[in-house]
Design a protein around this ligand. Structure first.
Ligand code: FE2
Length: 283
């Protein structure tokens, strides 16, 4: 079974959730409000939830499955997998299914129609800045067991493997898996620690990426990596850091994968992560 899903939201832990909310409000043009200890930061197509916890850790990632038949295929495929207890997250519909990956990151899946209609705009929407579109598209995790993680996401959950990165000895260093036609919904990087790495918002084209960069410049939010072009995915990008140090990316031109695209193989080198120059190497 090939899973058909797209990233809907990340719920991040933070020891300073309100500071992160204010960052995502200004830097990524989201409207944020707090309810029962959870900061809800949203704009059309992009969504981040923040609540108390450890920096650099997810509460969960939420993926939406649009089609009823695909939801049925997914529930059938995963029927024997242990389910995560989602009671701590009242914002999720009762039909949501959660699974813990080998690093104990919680991955939640929901049928899109069970998410309901977006709530009407609330009073803090006036703070949302007019910016080019950018949608929650992918995120990345660092892991000390990249092979186990790849197996879990592809075999157990049904994501499709797009590309792998291997060292000279053939050891897996990173991989990219997708839930729709965009090159990766999730990237897994072998690293000395297991933690959240980054999330990415996809903007339609290069001009709009430039407008986002100008917006960050006006706010004095430093671009810490990029502008560059990733090898796997071929997307142009830049990254900033939120107050917890989490990387947040604006990306564009990501590869659209069609048909029986073969799995791509890349060398473990800086050029793979940035065809234009320097990279943030995770191992
Ligand atoms: Fe990315």
């Amino acid at each position: 079974m090939n899973l058909k899903c797209h990233l809907k939201r990340l719920h991040l832990q933070s020891p300073q959730a309100s500071a992160l909310a204010h960052f995502y409000e200004s830097a990524f043009g989201m409207a944020c409000h707090e309810s029962q200890g959870v900061w809800f930061c949203k704009h059309e197509g992009r969504e981040v939830l923040l609540s108390q916890g450890q920096a650099g850790k997810l509460h969960y990632a939420l993926f939406a499955i649009d089609n009823v038949a695909e939801w049925a295929a997914f529930t059938d495929h995963t029927q024997d997998l242990p389910k995560a207890n989602l009671k701590a997250y009242p914002e999720l519909p009762n039909s949501a299914l959660g699974f813990m990956d080998p690093d104990q990151n919680c991955m939640v899946f929901v049928l899109t129609s069970d998410l309901g209609q977006p709530k009407s705009k609330h009073n803090l929407d006036t703070k949302a800045v007019a910016l080019p579109p950018a949608e929650s598209q992918h995120f990345a995790l660092r892991t000390q067991q990249v092979k186990n993680m790849m197996r879990f996401y592809t075999d157990d959950l049904g994501f499709v493997l797009s590309d792998v990165v291997q060292d000279e000895s053939g050891q897996l260093k990173a991989c990219f898996v997708r839930g729709d036609e965009m090159h990766h919904t999730l990237a897994l990087f072998g690293a000395p620690v297991s933690c959240f790495d980054h999330q990415s918002f996809e903007t339609p084209n290069w001009q709009e990426l430039k407008d986002w960069a100008d917006h960050m410049g006006k706010l004095r939010v430093e671009i810490v990596w990029g502008v560059g072009r990733h090898g796997p995915g071929n997307d142009v990008f830049f990254m900033v850091r939120d107050p917890d140090g989490n990387l947040a990316e604006i990306s564009s031109e990501i590869e659209i994968c069609t048909g029986n695209r073969p799995v791509g193989e890349w060398k473990h080198e800086e050029r793979t992560l940035n065809l234009w120059g320097k990279a943030i190497m995770r191992s």
